[in-house]
Design a protein around this ligand. Structure first.
Ligand SMILES: [Zn+2]
Length: 132
């Protein structure tokens, strides 16, 4: 174990805020990890830093578009006609309680929807904010 006592003052924040999402101020204090949990069993399924869009349209209302999720099981891939065209999607379920949480975009056939490939959608009604 090397005990290096480097005391460099001045913390340089390298967080580039490229997204123009509106951050709603919640309860102040405790700026820890902001997590999303399964609304059914409360196991962590996503991190807020993975959220790409909070204004996504789900099947039953608002949903989140994410670059990555945790503790989910990806179901079989199938072609599905969505509002934005034909997509190859796979349902994603909670790994613990198997509640259906949303879906994954395996492939987008429309060129304008290619950015969704490999992304995940979580229905807002299926998840809850934890540690916020
Ligand atoms: Zn669950």
């Amino acid at each position: 174990m090397s005990s290096s006592s480097s005391s460099i003052s001045g913390s340089s924040r390298s967080s580039s805020s490229s997204s123009d999402e509106t951050v709603v101020p919640l309860l102040s204090g405790g700026a820890g990890a902001r997590l999303y949990s399964c609304a059914n069993c409360r196991s962590n399924v996503a991190d807020h830093s993975d959220v790409i869009s909070t204004a996504f349209q789900g099947r039953n209302g608002r949903a989140y578009l994410l670059g990555g999720v945790d503790n989910v099981v990806v179901g079989p891939r199938e072609d599905r006609h969505l509002m934005t065209g034909l997509h190859a999607v796979a349902d994603i379920s909670c790994a613990h309680c198997h509640e259906l949480l949303g879906w994954k975009y395996e492939r987008a056939y429309e060129h304008s929807q290619k950015y969704k490939e490999g992304k995940f959608v979580l229905e807002r009604s299926k998840i809850m904010k934890d540690c916020w």
